[in-house]
Design a protein around this ligand. Structure first.
Ligand code: GLN
Length: 289
């Protein structure tokens, strides 16, 4: 067993070959091996010895296995979420949906929240954590993913306000079981075009059904957007995560369904989110025509 600080430096160099965040990865894996928080690790680093299992964890990461799979946890919106290969690992970019939800509902918190394709439950549970009087529903087509969402709801103490439904929106009449009058709808659906070559840690380790959405990556938006009218309350918002190059086609789908649309960029400056709301002026314009 050597010195932990030195082991971290060496591991970070090794991981630079496969990771954009080699030092962070090494710290998270070291903290996991030592069963301590990363902040504790950094504070105590000069006094620590490298734990025996560290090398094996680094070797797994070097074969592109995501850190979140190795440690079984991913932090999102300041909360710890259990993850597995059955769910998409929550991304920092998706926190933009929560930021906007908080902004849009600053005056009137949502009573009913719906998350389409909830996966680990990250978006729904973070929103329920943020809005303590809200009730939420998460729908998901994978039973294995839904089990993770349940575990996360339990672990975060949110199970009494979160309901999960096993539901596949590619089947007809799927909205019937979901309910209606949601004030806030969140969705990070699959949106990657089938031919796109993703990074190895995504392509080889994360669930394809959470990522790919047909030839142009728009298959799921084509289903979700026309269904919003049945799900949203007249004053509700839908926050849809999109791919960096999808603002125009997804906006068009939303306009076709009678929504007004606002586009937001993520921290890297990429188009990442569309805010849809029912076009209020429409009824009035028709009445006075
Ligand atoms: N942002 C994810 C990625 O690039 C894709 C998520 C999704 O399809 N919803 O890996």
């Amino acid at each position: 067993m050597g010195n932990a600080a030195r082991a971290l430096r060496e591991a970070a160099q090794t991981l630079a070959e496969i990771s954009d965040t080699p030092r962070l990865d090494a710290e998270l894996l070291m903290a996991h091996a030592l069963r301590m928080e990363r902040s504790q690790l950094l504070l105590k680093l000069p006094d620590l010895q490298c734990p025996a299992e560290f090398d094996a964890l680094i070797a797994r990461r070097q074969r592109s296995e995501p850190v979140a799979h190795i440690i079984g946890i991913k932090e999102f919106w300041g909360l710890d979420f259990q993850v597995s290969p059955d769910v998409l690992i929550p991304r920092p970019d998706s926190e933009l949906l929560l930021e906007e939800a908080v902004r849009l509902h600053a005056d009137a918190p949502p009573a009913r929240i719906l998350d389409l394709g909830t996966g680990s439950g990250a978006l729904l549970l973070a929103a329920l954590h943020e809005f303590p009087d809200a009730q939420g529903v998460g729908i998901e087509a994978s039973a294995a993913a839904l089990q993770i969402a349940h575990n996360n709801a339990d672990a975060l103490g949110l199970a009494d306000r979160a309901k999960f439904l096993l539901l596949d929106w590619t089947l007809p009449d799927w909205t019937g079981a979901v309910g209606h009058d949601y004030d806030l709808l969140l969705a990070n659906p699959p949106y990657v075009a089938t031919g796109v070559q993703l990074a190895t840690d995504v392509a080889d380790f994360e669930p394809r059904q959470a990522l790919f959405a047909g030839k142009d990556g728009l298959d799921d938006y084509r289903i979700i957007i026309p269904a919003l009218a049945q799900l949203l309350s007249p004053t509700g918002f839908a926050l849809l995560e999109i791919g960096y190059d999808q603002a125009i086609p997804v906006t068009q789908l939303a306009l076709d369904s009678g929504y007004s649309v606002e586009l937001k960029q993520d921290l890297s400056g990429n188009d990442r989110l569309l805010i849809l709301r029912p076009e209020k002026g429409l009824g009035f314009a028709e009445a006075t025509r």
